[in-house]
Ligand binder design. Structure first.
Ligand code: FES
Ligand SMILES: [Fe+2]
Length: 323
């Protein structure tokens, strides 16, 4: 029988570290500028081999990697041609919808010849694919991030990491308020002002106090997750900062994190650079501190929580939307 595990108990030895399948949502497969018009890239995500390519018309596409004819990998020698992707093995041409448009040596294209074309969006400097555990079409969209590319915000800086963890754990970390003090040594535990779960969106607003050369100042942090794959964090107070965080499950145990950050320009460009540099250093420092915890922790289905823990239980309830 499947009795609920005891509170605080971990899974038996040999059980998977995370009791989750790969969730539903929008997940990046590349930064937009990594896929120039005419480019083809082999990649791995969602435990699958995929290929991303961009037509001469600028539209990005993500296909299953293996050609349905005889199984060649389209990301290894495939070419963008005639509005489609040409297989390197026998030159079948797959159009942007995944239909076979041409077999150059056959009189008739087999009517069933199709390759799986993933639903793709391009937003926030990213090419994102919709992964749905049940094979359904997207039931939510991602928000615009107006700061990215705005003249009064700095050109976003990027960092990437591959972490041995799973998307739900990464999401949980953002709302785990107590760890900021004990893992990251931040000044104080932020105080949650509001928590809201609305469909695919989970939003937390909190206040914190930050030490500055001019004494302590009040700051506001607004975190928004749109599923597990895409989130924004906006800090306001001493300076206005934006962090766009994305995590793509490569397989059951690895997540490719892509971060972009930008600072609202101050009147003085040296000051802007200084704030940007400090922000970047802080993010890198926090990641370096989080990684050993993430890579060795286990997921407890029934943890023992206390009143200072932040909205972890609410996040877990919201998480059920994506399985
Ligand atoms: S395997 Fe792709 S055309 Fe034959
Ligand atoms: Fe952290």
């Amino acid at each position: 029988m499947n009795a609920a595990p005891e509170r605080g108990a971990s899974a038996p030895a040999g059980a998977p570290r995370f009791p989750f399948p790969i969730p539903t949502g929008w997940f990046p497969v590349a930064f937009s500028d990594e896929l120039a018009p005419g480019a083809v890239r082999a990649l791995r995500a969602f435990g699958r081999e995929l290929v991303a390519w961009r037509g001469e018309d600028g539209a990005a596409h993500v296909f299953d990697a293996h050609c349905p004819h005889l199984g060649a990998h389209l990301g290894v020698g495939g070419r963008v041609e005639a509005g489609g992707l040409r297989c390197p093995f026998h030159a079948w041409l797959w159009d942007g919808t995944g239909r076979c448009a041409e077999v150059p040596y056959a009189r008739k294209v087999p009517p069933k010849a199709r390759i799986r074309a993933w639903t793709v969006r391009e937003q926030a400097n990213l090419v994102l694919a919709w992964h749905d555990a049940g094979g359904a079409e997207p039931w939510f969209e991602l928000p615009a991030v107006p700061e990215l590319g705005a003249p009064d915000w700095t050109v976003p800086e990027r960092r990437e990491w591959v972490v041995r963890s799973c998307p739900q754990e990464m999401a949980e970390n953002t709302v785990d308020e107590a760890h900021f003090r004990y893992v990251h040594g931040t000044h104080a535990v932020a105080e949650t002002e509001s928590v809201e779960a609305d469909g695919a969106v989970f939003r937390v607003v909190s206040r914190n106090r930050v030490g500055t050369p001019r004494g302590e100042q009040e700051g506001r942090i607004e975190i928004e997750a749109h599923g597990f794959g895409f989130g924004t964090t906006r800090f306001t107070g001493v300076a206005d900062l934006l962090l766009v965080t994305t995590g793509t499950p490569l397989d059951d145990e690895r997540v490719h994190m892509r971060l972009q950050f930008s600072v609202r320009r101050l009147a003085d460009s040296d000051a802007t650079r200084g704030v940007g540099r400090a922000f970047l250093a802080e993010i890198e420092r926090q990641f370096a501190q989080d990684i050993p915890i993430w890579e060795h922790k286990t997921y407890l289905p029934r943890p023992i929580l206390c009143d200072g823990d932040g909205p972890i239980a609410a996040l877990r309830r919201w998480s059920r939307n994506f399985y």
